[in-house]
Design a binder for this molecule. Structure first.
Ligand code: KG4
Ligand code: ZN
Length: 351
């Protein structure tokens, strides 16, 4: 099967459009970050995000189509994020995608944003099923066993804050800007990770769940208790990053042990999501993966943070498997990956 798919992403604060071919070529991928619109609020404001998507999406789709050198008539399908995410934004991309699909007479695919992240390593590296996925974003922190298209088994998740949220909130308490992840990483580069003994929630416990709220509280106490000079802030940032690294490595180790028992032969840990951009975290994961006999695959940064190429690719995979959606597919604020396993995918479309 050959062809190209238009992907649309509007579930959070990135407006994005991309054209991806069935052979894994990214023909175009444009992303407009709304960072500046939200910076003053220290986080994403849903209403502002939805309005910005309305304003910019048409222009971005035009750009993506022009860069790919194609027309709507040539599309084999249109894929748009249908959730989970901020529902106002989700609906903007969803109705736009449906309208283009209807006008072009092309099949429509309603994509789960998390499945987009989950499959991104298949787009970038051609990773085969099954593999283990650590999804680390501003809204999620999960370990999943990706068994096949639409078949994801959740091994663990956060019981409180998402990992990116922990970075963002801690950064804010330390007087840094938004988003906090890159700021913490930058400051930590000059800091002493051993200076502050921060808590490591869940460390050593059974299972693969995460918790970050205790760590966040510890940072708050440090920030409130004393006036932090630049070097102090760098040391807190480095200590925070070390604590997060220890926890994530510990949880990932449990997941790898579980996975290795279930699946003999393949040993791949995919790390995806915005937080995967953190070099210290990656180094930590690579060390523990190496011990467990796993190879770490991380899609390139532009495929790790929110983008539409991963949505178009999820569209390609679903189209190839004959999994299209009707034009009344709903947008969903909440949509766990486990709910994707329906009778169409339960048979196991694995490759
Ligand atoms: O996947 P993503 O782009 O958006 C979603 O949440 O879906 O992830 C954004 C998150 C933010 O919380 C941001 O602070 C974090 O990724 N992030 C990082 C780094 N770059 C981005 N966290 C730690 N270190 C980084 N270098
Ligand atoms: Zn995301």
């Amino acid at each position: 099967m050959t062809g190209i798919v238009l992907g649309i992403e509007t579930s959070c604060d990135e407006t994005a459009a991309a054209v991806v071919a069935f052979d894994r070529t990214i023909r175009s991928s444009v992303v407009l970050s709304q960072l500046e619109d939200h910076r003053a609020y220290g986080g994403v404001v849903p209403e502002i995000a939805a309005r910005a998507h309305v304003e910019h999406l048409d222009g971005l789709i035009e750009q993506a189509m022009a860069k790919a050198g194609t027309s709507f008539a040539e599309l084999s399908g249109v894929a748009a994020t249908a959730g989970p995410g901020l529902i106002g934004g989700v609906l903007v991309g969803l109705v736009t995608g449906k309208a283009i699909a209807a006008a072009a007479g092309a099949p429509f695919v309603a994509v789960n944003h998390l499945e987009g992240h989950a499959l991104s390593a298949r787009l970038s590296h051609g990773v085969g099923f099954p593999y283990l996925l650590l999804l680390v974003t501003g809204g999620h922190c999960q370990l999943l066993s990706c068994e096949g298209l639409g078949r994801y088994e959740r091994l663990g998740t956060t019981i409180d804050d998402a990992i990116g949220e922990a970075f963002d909130k801690s950064a804010r308490m330390l007087g840094m800007g938004y988003p906090g992840g890159p700021e913490i990483e930058r400051a930590a580069a000059h800091g002493n990770p051993k200076r502050f003994a921060l808590p490591r929630p869940m460390l050593g416990r059974e299972g693969c769940d995460f918790s970050f709220s205790g760590l966040k509280t510890a940072i708050r106490r440090l920030a409130e208790d004393k006036t932090l000079a630049t070097q102090d802030v760098a040391d807190v940032a480095a200590s925070f990053q070390a604590a997060v690294g220890d926890v994530v490595a510990d949880r990932a180790r449990n997941a790898m042990t579980w996975f290795a028992e279930r699946h003999r032969g393949t040993r791949t840990l995919v790390v995806a999501g915005g937080v995967a951009a953190n070099a210290a975290l990656r180094t930590r994961l690579e060390a523990v993966a190496h011990k467990c006999g796993f190879a770490v695959v991380a899609p390139p940064k532009e495929l790790c943070t929110d983008n539409a190429a991963m949505i178009a690719w999820a569209g390609v995979e679903r189209l190839r498997a004959g999994l299209t959606d009707a034009l009344d597919a709903p947008g969903r604020a909440r949509w766990p990956l486990s709910e994707l396993t329906d009778k169409r995918t339960a048979q196991g479309i694995a490759s």
